[in-house]
Design a protein around this ligand. Sequence first.
Ligand code: NAD
Length: 401
Amino acid sequence: MLIQSKVRGFICTTAHPSGCAQHVLEQIQYVKSQPAITGGPKKVLIIGGSTGYGLASRIVTAFGAQAQTIGVFFERPAQGNRTASPGWYNTAAFEKEAAAAGLYAKSINGDGFSDEIKQQTLELIEKDWGGGVDLLIYSLASPRRIHPQTGVLFQSVLKPIGEQPYTNKTIDVTTGAVSTVTIETATAKEIEDTVAVMGGEDWMMWIDALREKNLLADGIQTLAYSYIGPKLTDPIYTKGTIGQAKKHLAATSKLIQEKLKPMGGNAYVAINKALVTQASAAIPVVPLYISLIYKIMKAQGIHEGCIEQMYRLYKHCLYRTDQKVALDASGLIRIDDWELAEAVQKEVEVLWEQVDSANVEQRTDLAGYRHDFYKLFGFEVAGIDYTKDSVIEVAIPSING
Ligand code: NAD
Protein backbone atom coordinates (compact mmCIF):
# COMPACT_ATOMS: atom_id res chain seq x y z
CA MET A 1 0.00 0.00 0.00
CA LEU A 2 0.98 3.65 -0.37
CA ILE A 3 2.08 5.11 2.95
CA GLN A 4 1.76 8.78 3.73
CA SER A 5 2.65 10.67 6.87
CA LYS A 6 -0.28 11.48 9.15
CA VAL A 7 0.74 13.97 11.80
CA ARG A 8 -1.51 14.40 14.83
CA GLY A 9 -0.19 16.97 17.27
CA PHE A 10 3.34 15.97 18.11
CA ILE A 11 3.28 12.46 16.71
CA CYS A 12 2.94 10.84 13.33
CA THR A 13 0.54 7.90 13.35
CA THR A 14 2.10 6.17 10.34
CA ALA A 15 5.64 5.02 9.62
CA HIS A 16 7.40 4.06 6.40
CA PRO A 17 9.31 0.74 6.49
CA SER A 18 11.88 1.51 3.78
CA GLY A 19 12.32 5.08 5.03
CA CYS A 20 13.01 3.87 8.56
CA ALA A 21 15.38 1.21 7.19
CA GLN A 22 17.27 3.81 5.14
CA HIS A 23 17.51 6.11 8.17
CA VAL A 24 19.05 3.24 10.17
CA LEU A 25 21.43 2.52 7.30
CA GLU A 26 22.54 6.17 7.21
CA GLN A 27 23.37 5.96 10.91
CA ILE A 28 25.28 2.71 10.42
CA GLN A 29 27.24 4.26 7.56
CA TYR A 30 28.12 7.25 9.71
CA VAL A 31 29.55 4.98 12.42
CA LYS A 32 31.44 2.87 9.87
CA SER A 33 32.99 6.05 8.44
CA GLN A 34 34.49 6.92 11.85
CA PRO A 35 37.49 5.35 13.62
CA ALA A 36 36.54 2.15 15.49
CA ILE A 37 35.97 2.18 19.26
CA THR A 38 38.86 0.19 20.64
CA GLY A 39 38.53 -1.44 24.06
CA GLY A 40 34.76 -1.03 23.77
CA PRO A 41 31.97 -3.20 25.18
CA LYS A 42 31.36 -6.74 23.96
CA LYS A 43 27.86 -7.55 25.24
CA VAL A 44 25.46 -4.66 25.39
CA LEU A 45 21.90 -4.57 26.69
CA ILE A 46 19.93 -1.49 25.62
CA ILE A 47 16.65 -0.71 27.35
CA GLY A 48 14.75 1.59 24.97
CA GLY A 49 16.91 0.63 22.01
CA SER A 50 14.54 1.08 19.06
CA THR A 51 14.44 4.85 18.46
CA GLY A 52 16.26 8.08 19.33
CA TYR A 53 19.27 7.92 21.62
CA GLY A 54 18.83 4.23 22.48
CA LEU A 55 18.83 3.10 18.84
CA ALA A 56 21.87 5.30 18.13
CA SER A 57 23.62 3.73 21.14
CA ARG A 58 22.87 0.28 19.78
CA ILE A 59 24.21 1.20 16.34
CA VAL A 60 27.37 2.79 17.78
CA THR A 61 28.25 -0.12 20.06
CA ALA A 62 27.46 -2.74 17.39
CA PHE A 63 29.06 -1.14 14.36
CA GLY A 64 31.67 0.95 16.20
CA ALA A 65 32.86 -1.66 18.72
CA GLN A 66 31.61 -4.90 17.08
CA ALA A 67 29.54 -5.58 20.20
CA GLN A 68 26.78 -8.14 20.47
CA THR A 69 23.53 -6.35 21.37
CA ILE A 70 20.17 -7.15 22.88
CA GLY A 71 17.58 -4.39 22.50
CA VAL A 72 14.47 -4.11 24.69
CA PHE A 73 11.69 -1.78 23.60
CA PHE A 74 7.93 -1.29 23.39
CA GLU A 75 6.85 -1.08 19.75
CA ARG A 76 3.88 -2.03 17.66
CA PRO A 77 3.98 -4.43 14.70
CA ALA A 78 1.77 -3.70 11.67
CA GLN A 79 -1.86 -4.72 12.05
CA GLY A 80 -4.32 -4.78 9.19
CA ASN A 81 -3.89 -1.47 7.37
CA ARG A 82 -2.04 0.12 10.25
CA THR A 83 1.70 0.46 9.82
CA ALA A 84 4.09 -0.67 12.53
CA SER A 85 5.64 1.96 14.78
CA PRO A 86 8.99 3.37 13.60
CA GLY A 87 10.97 1.54 16.29
CA TRP A 88 9.66 -1.75 14.93
CA TYR A 89 10.85 -0.99 11.40
CA ASN A 90 14.14 0.44 12.74
CA THR A 91 14.84 -2.77 14.62
CA ALA A 92 14.00 -5.01 11.66
CA ALA A 93 16.50 -3.01 9.59
CA PHE A 94 19.11 -3.02 12.35
CA GLU A 95 18.92 -6.79 12.77
CA LYS A 96 19.22 -7.31 9.02
CA GLU A 97 22.35 -5.15 8.80
CA ALA A 98 23.81 -6.71 11.96
CA ALA A 99 23.31 -10.22 10.53
CA ALA A 100 24.97 -9.18 7.26
CA ALA A 101 27.94 -7.91 9.28
CA GLY A 102 28.10 -11.12 11.35
CA LEU A 103 27.03 -9.35 14.54
CA TYR A 104 24.79 -10.99 17.12
CA ALA A 105 21.61 -8.91 17.61
CA LYS A 106 18.42 -10.00 19.36
CA SER A 107 15.39 -8.04 20.45
CA ILE A 108 12.67 -8.19 23.08
CA ASN A 109 9.44 -6.28 22.52
CA GLY A 110 7.19 -5.53 25.46
CA ASP A 111 6.81 -3.45 28.59
CA GLY A 112 10.32 -3.16 30.00
CA PHE A 113 8.89 -2.00 33.33
CA SER A 114 7.26 -5.40 33.82
CA ASP A 115 8.75 -8.42 35.60
CA GLU A 116 7.74 -10.59 32.67
CA ILE A 117 9.87 -8.72 30.12
CA LYS A 118 12.79 -8.54 32.54
CA GLN A 119 12.50 -12.30 33.07
CA GLN A 120 12.39 -12.96 29.32
CA THR A 121 15.47 -10.79 28.81
CA LEU A 122 17.39 -12.53 31.62
CA GLU A 123 16.59 -15.92 30.13
CA LEU A 124 17.90 -14.81 26.75
CA ILE A 125 21.09 -13.44 28.28
CA GLU A 126 21.59 -16.59 30.35
CA LYS A 127 21.14 -18.76 27.26
CA ASP A 128 23.27 -16.72 24.85
CA TRP A 129 25.78 -14.75 26.92
CA GLY A 130 27.43 -16.93 29.52
CA GLY A 131 29.56 -14.16 31.01
CA GLY A 132 26.70 -11.67 31.21
CA VAL A 133 26.36 -8.04 30.14
CA ASP A 134 29.31 -5.62 30.17
CA LEU A 135 27.36 -2.49 29.22
CA LEU A 136 23.76 -1.71 30.18
CA ILE A 137 22.29 1.37 28.53
CA TYR A 138 19.08 2.70 30.01
CA SER A 139 17.35 4.91 27.40
CA LEU A 140 13.70 4.28 28.07
CA ALA A 141 11.34 7.25 27.63
CA SER A 142 7.67 6.67 28.39
CA PRO A 143 4.63 8.69 29.44
CA ARG A 144 3.39 5.93 31.77
CA ARG A 145 4.48 3.00 33.91
CA ILE A 146 2.63 0.19 35.60
CA HIS A 147 4.51 -0.62 38.76
CA PRO A 148 5.47 -4.31 38.64
CA GLN A 149 4.92 -4.93 42.35
CA THR A 150 1.76 -2.92 43.04
CA GLY A 151 0.09 -2.79 39.63
CA VAL A 152 -0.39 0.98 40.11
CA LEU A 153 -0.42 3.01 36.88
CA PHE A 154 1.70 6.17 36.97
CA GLN A 155 1.35 8.90 34.33
CA SER A 156 4.14 11.38 33.88
CA VAL A 157 3.45 15.06 33.18
CA LEU A 158 5.61 17.85 31.78
CA LYS A 159 4.81 20.72 34.10
CA PRO A 160 6.57 23.40 36.13
CA ILE A 161 6.78 23.14 39.91
CA GLY A 162 6.07 25.89 42.45
CA GLU A 163 3.64 28.73 42.93
CA GLN A 164 3.60 30.33 39.51
CA PRO A 165 2.41 28.86 36.25
CA TYR A 166 5.05 29.01 33.50
CA THR A 167 4.45 31.20 30.48
CA ASN A 168 6.68 31.24 27.42
CA LYS A 169 6.75 31.03 23.66
CA THR A 170 5.96 27.75 21.96
CA ILE A 171 5.45 26.60 18.41
CA ASP A 172 2.93 24.58 16.47
CA VAL A 173 5.47 22.74 14.34
CA THR A 174 2.94 21.88 11.62
CA THR A 175 1.69 25.43 10.98
CA GLY A 176 4.74 27.36 12.20
CA ALA A 177 2.53 29.48 14.46
CA VAL A 178 4.47 30.86 17.43
CA SER A 179 2.23 31.56 20.39
CA THR A 180 2.37 32.00 24.12
CA VAL A 181 1.62 28.99 26.27
CA THR A 182 0.89 28.95 29.97
CA ILE A 183 1.39 25.70 31.82
CA GLU A 184 -0.12 25.24 35.25
CA THR A 185 2.10 23.94 38.02
CA ALA A 186 2.13 20.28 38.93
CA THR A 187 0.41 18.81 41.97
CA ALA A 188 2.46 16.84 44.50
CA LYS A 189 0.99 13.62 43.09
CA GLU A 190 1.93 14.56 39.53
CA ILE A 191 5.51 15.18 40.64
CA GLU A 192 5.63 11.81 42.42
CA ASP A 193 4.11 10.02 39.46
CA THR A 194 6.59 11.55 37.01
CA VAL A 195 9.46 10.44 39.24
CA ALA A 196 7.94 6.94 39.36
CA VAL A 197 7.89 6.79 35.54
CA MET A 198 11.09 8.58 34.51
CA GLY A 199 13.20 8.36 37.69
CA GLY A 200 15.74 5.68 38.48
CA GLU A 201 13.66 2.95 40.13
CA ASP A 202 13.28 0.83 37.02
CA TRP A 203 16.98 1.21 36.09
CA MET A 204 17.83 -0.12 39.54
CA MET A 205 15.36 -2.99 39.09
CA TRP A 206 17.15 -4.04 35.88
CA ILE A 207 20.51 -3.93 37.65
CA ASP A 208 19.20 -5.92 40.62
CA ALA A 209 17.54 -8.53 38.42
CA LEU A 210 20.73 -9.05 36.41
CA ARG A 211 22.92 -9.07 39.52
CA GLU A 212 20.78 -11.69 41.28
CA LYS A 213 21.24 -14.02 38.31
CA ASN A 214 24.96 -13.28 38.07
CA LEU A 215 24.51 -11.74 34.66
CA LEU A 216 26.62 -8.63 35.16
CA ALA A 217 30.17 -9.12 33.86
CA ASP A 218 33.15 -7.91 35.86
CA GLY A 219 33.81 -4.27 35.05
CA ILE A 220 30.15 -3.73 34.08
CA GLN A 221 29.38 -0.18 32.96
CA THR A 222 25.90 1.27 32.99
CA LEU A 223 24.57 4.57 31.71
CA ALA A 224 21.30 6.45 31.70
CA TYR A 225 20.57 9.62 29.74
CA SER A 226 19.48 12.99 30.99
CA TYR A 227 19.20 16.64 29.99
CA ILE A 228 20.00 19.94 31.64
CA GLY A 229 19.63 22.69 29.03
CA PRO A 230 19.70 26.49 29.33
CA LYS A 231 17.91 28.80 31.80
CA LEU A 232 15.23 29.32 29.18
CA THR A 233 13.87 25.78 29.52
CA ASP A 234 14.61 25.45 33.24
CA PRO A 235 11.02 25.94 34.50
CA ILE A 236 9.62 23.26 32.17
CA TYR A 237 12.61 20.93 32.29
CA THR A 238 15.30 20.97 34.98
CA LYS A 239 13.14 22.68 37.59
CA GLY A 240 9.94 20.98 36.43
CA THR A 241 8.47 17.52 36.98
CA ILE A 242 10.80 15.81 34.49
CA GLY A 243 13.75 17.50 36.22
CA GLN A 244 12.70 15.89 39.51
CA ALA A 245 12.64 12.52 37.79
CA LYS A 246 16.10 13.15 36.32
CA LYS A 247 17.35 14.16 39.77
CA HIS A 248 16.12 10.80 41.04
CA LEU A 249 17.85 9.10 38.12
CA ALA A 250 21.15 10.82 39.01
CA ALA A 251 20.77 9.87 42.70
CA THR A 252 20.07 6.28 41.63
CA SER A 253 23.28 6.23 39.60
CA LYS A 254 25.20 6.80 42.87
CA LEU A 255 23.39 3.87 44.52
CA ILE A 256 24.04 1.64 41.53
CA GLN A 257 27.68 2.73 41.57
CA GLU A 258 27.99 1.43 45.13
CA LYS A 259 26.44 -1.90 44.17
CA LEU A 260 28.76 -2.32 41.20
CA LYS A 261 31.93 -1.30 43.00
CA PRO A 262 32.85 -4.84 44.14
CA MET A 263 32.71 -5.96 40.50
CA GLY A 264 34.86 -3.05 39.32
CA GLY A 265 31.78 -1.57 37.67
CA ASN A 266 30.52 1.98 37.24
CA ALA A 267 27.22 3.79 36.77
CA TYR A 268 27.01 7.08 34.90
CA VAL A 269 24.48 9.63 33.76
CA ALA A 270 25.26 11.22 30.40
CA ILE A 271 23.78 14.64 29.70
CA ASN A 272 22.80 14.72 26.05
CA LYS A 273 21.90 17.49 23.64
CA ALA A 274 18.28 18.49 22.96
CA LEU A 275 17.26 16.79 19.72
CA VAL A 276 14.09 15.90 17.87
CA THR A 277 12.85 12.51 19.05
CA GLN A 278 9.38 11.19 19.77
CA ALA A 279 9.97 11.93 23.46
CA SER A 280 11.21 15.52 23.12
CA ALA A 281 8.56 16.53 20.57
CA ALA A 282 5.99 16.22 23.37
CA ILE A 283 7.57 18.85 25.65
CA PRO A 284 6.07 22.36 25.40
CA VAL A 285 8.49 25.18 24.44
CA VAL A 286 11.31 22.71 23.66
CA PRO A 287 10.61 22.23 19.90
CA LEU A 288 10.97 26.01 19.35
CA TYR A 289 14.21 25.99 21.33
CA ILE A 290 15.48 23.00 19.30
CA SER A 291 14.64 24.80 16.03
CA LEU A 292 16.76 27.71 17.26
CA ILE A 293 19.79 25.68 18.30
CA TYR A 294 19.62 23.76 15.02
CA LYS A 295 19.97 27.06 13.16
CA ILE A 296 22.79 28.36 15.35
CA MET A 297 24.74 25.11 15.69
CA LYS A 298 24.49 24.31 11.97
CA ALA A 299 25.80 27.82 11.16
CA GLN A 300 28.69 27.29 13.58
CA GLY A 301 29.41 23.84 12.11
CA ILE A 302 28.78 22.03 15.43
CA HIS A 303 25.36 20.46 14.84
CA GLU A 304 25.05 16.80 15.83
CA GLY A 305 22.18 14.31 15.62
CA CYS A 306 21.62 11.29 17.89
CA ILE A 307 24.19 9.18 16.08
CA GLU A 308 26.98 11.78 16.23
CA GLN A 309 26.20 12.40 19.91
CA MET A 310 26.30 8.71 20.78
CA TYR A 311 29.49 8.14 18.80
CA ARG A 312 31.16 11.01 20.69
CA LEU A 313 29.84 9.61 23.97
CA TYR A 314 31.17 6.10 23.51
CA LYS A 315 34.34 6.85 21.56
CA HIS A 316 35.52 10.02 23.30
CA CYS A 317 33.98 9.93 26.78
CA LEU A 318 33.41 6.34 27.93
CA TYR A 319 35.87 4.16 26.02
CA ARG A 320 38.75 6.59 25.63
CA THR A 321 42.16 5.29 24.70
CA ASP A 322 43.58 6.63 28.00
CA GLN A 323 40.90 4.53 29.82
CA LYS A 324 39.74 7.61 31.78
CA VAL A 325 36.06 8.49 31.60
CA ALA A 326 35.45 12.19 30.87
CA LEU A 327 33.36 13.56 33.76
CA ASP A 328 32.44 17.04 34.97
CA ALA A 329 32.79 18.22 38.58
CA SER A 330 29.46 16.57 39.50
CA GLY A 331 30.50 13.25 38.02
CA LEU A 332 28.31 13.60 34.92
CA ILE A 333 29.30 12.85 31.34
CA ARG A 334 28.61 16.02 29.33
CA ILE A 335 27.93 15.79 25.63
CA ASP A 336 25.65 18.82 25.85
CA ASP A 337 28.81 20.97 26.00
CA TRP A 338 28.49 22.29 22.45
CA GLU A 339 24.79 23.11 22.93
CA LEU A 340 25.50 25.01 26.15
CA ALA A 341 28.57 26.84 24.79
CA GLU A 342 28.34 30.58 25.41
CA ALA A 343 28.58 31.36 21.71
CA VAL A 344 25.45 29.27 21.10
CA GLN A 345 23.40 30.34 24.12
CA LYS A 346 24.09 34.09 23.63
CA GLU A 347 22.53 33.84 20.18
CA VAL A 348 19.63 31.78 21.54
CA GLU A 349 18.81 34.56 24.00
CA VAL A 350 18.77 37.23 21.29
CA LEU A 351 16.77 35.19 18.78
CA TRP A 352 14.31 33.92 21.39
CA GLU A 353 13.16 37.50 22.01
CA GLN A 354 12.79 38.19 18.28
CA VAL A 355 11.10 35.05 17.04
CA ASP A 356 7.41 35.18 16.06
CA SER A 357 5.09 33.53 13.54
CA ALA A 358 6.11 35.94 10.77
CA ASN A 359 9.88 35.40 11.02
CA VAL A 360 10.14 31.86 12.43
CA GLU A 361 11.35 30.36 9.15
CA GLN A 362 14.24 32.90 8.98
CA ARG A 363 15.18 33.12 12.65
CA THR A 364 15.07 29.38 13.34
CA ASP A 365 15.73 26.16 11.46
CA LEU A 366 12.11 25.07 11.66
CA ALA A 367 12.52 23.41 8.26
CA GLY A 368 15.39 21.31 9.66
CA TYR A 369 13.35 20.45 12.75
CA ARG A 370 10.38 19.36 10.63
CA HIS A 371 12.59 17.35 8.33
CA ASP A 372 14.16 15.48 11.26
CA PHE A 373 10.71 14.94 12.77
CA TYR A 374 9.44 13.34 9.56
CA LYS A 375 12.60 11.25 9.32
CA LEU A 376 11.87 9.74 12.74
CA PHE A 377 8.90 8.07 11.05
CA GLY A 378 10.72 7.18 7.84
CA PHE A 379 9.44 10.09 5.74
CA GLU A 380 11.50 12.63 3.74
CA VAL A 381 14.38 10.16 3.66
CA ALA A 382 16.67 10.59 0.66
CA GLY A 383 16.56 7.78 -1.87
CA ILE A 384 13.07 6.52 -1.00
CA ASP A 385 10.35 6.55 -3.64
CA TYR A 386 7.22 7.41 -1.69
CA THR A 387 5.00 6.92 -4.75
CA LYS A 388 5.74 3.18 -4.66
CA ASP A 389 3.60 0.67 -2.78
CA SER A 390 5.11 -0.77 0.40
CA VAL A 391 4.55 -3.98 2.29
CA ILE A 392 3.82 -2.84 5.82
CA GLU A 393 4.29 -6.20 7.53
CA VAL A 394 7.97 -6.53 8.28
CA ALA A 395 9.38 -9.23 10.56
CA ILE A 396 12.02 -8.76 13.22
CA PRO A 397 13.79 -12.13 12.93
CA SER A 398 14.79 -12.59 16.58
CA ILE A 399 11.78 -11.04 18.26
CA ASN A 400 11.26 -12.22 21.85
CA GLY A 401 13.84 -14.96 21.74
P1 NAD B 1 12.57 7.99 22.23
O1 NAD B 1 11.12 8.28 22.38
O2 NAD B 1 13.16 8.13 20.88
O3 NAD B 1 12.90 6.48 22.72
C1 NAD B 1 12.25 5.86 23.77
C2 NAD B 1 12.55 4.37 23.80
O4 NAD B 1 11.92 3.81 24.96
C3 NAD B 1 12.01 3.58 22.59
O5 NAD B 1 12.94 2.57 22.26
C4 NAD B 1 10.75 2.94 23.15
O6 NAD B 1 10.35 1.74 22.49
C5 NAD B 1 11.20 2.66 24.57
N1 NAD B 1 10.08 2.45 25.49
C6 NAD B 1 9.05 3.28 25.80
N2 NAD B 1 8.25 2.72 26.72
C7 NAD B 1 8.79 1.50 27.02
C8 NAD B 1 8.43 0.45 27.88
N3 NAD B 1 7.37 0.53 28.66
N4 NAD B 1 9.21 -0.65 27.88
C9 NAD B 1 10.31 -0.77 27.09
N5 NAD B 1 10.71 0.22 26.28
C10 NAD B 1 9.96 1.33 26.23
O7 NAD B 1 13.30 8.90 23.31
P2 NAD B 1 14.73 9.60 23.44
O8 NAD B 1 14.55 11.05 23.24
O9 NAD B 1 15.77 8.87 22.67
O10 NAD B 1 14.99 9.41 25.00
C11 NAD B 1 15.85 8.45 25.55
C12 NAD B 1 16.49 9.03 26.80
O11 NAD B 1 17.30 10.15 26.44
C13 NAD B 1 15.46 9.55 27.84
O12 NAD B 1 15.94 9.29 29.13
C14 NAD B 1 15.49 11.05 27.59
O13 NAD B 1 15.09 11.82 28.71
C15 NAD B 1 16.97 11.24 27.27
N6 NAD B 1 17.31 12.51 26.59
C16 NAD B 1 16.65 12.90 25.48
C17 NAD B 1 16.97 14.12 24.89
C18 NAD B 1 16.25 14.62 23.66
O14 NAD B 1 16.35 15.81 23.36
N7 NAD B 1 15.57 13.77 22.94
C19 NAD B 1 18.01 14.92 25.42
C20 NAD B 1 18.70 14.46 26.53
C21 NAD B 1 18.33 13.25 27.13
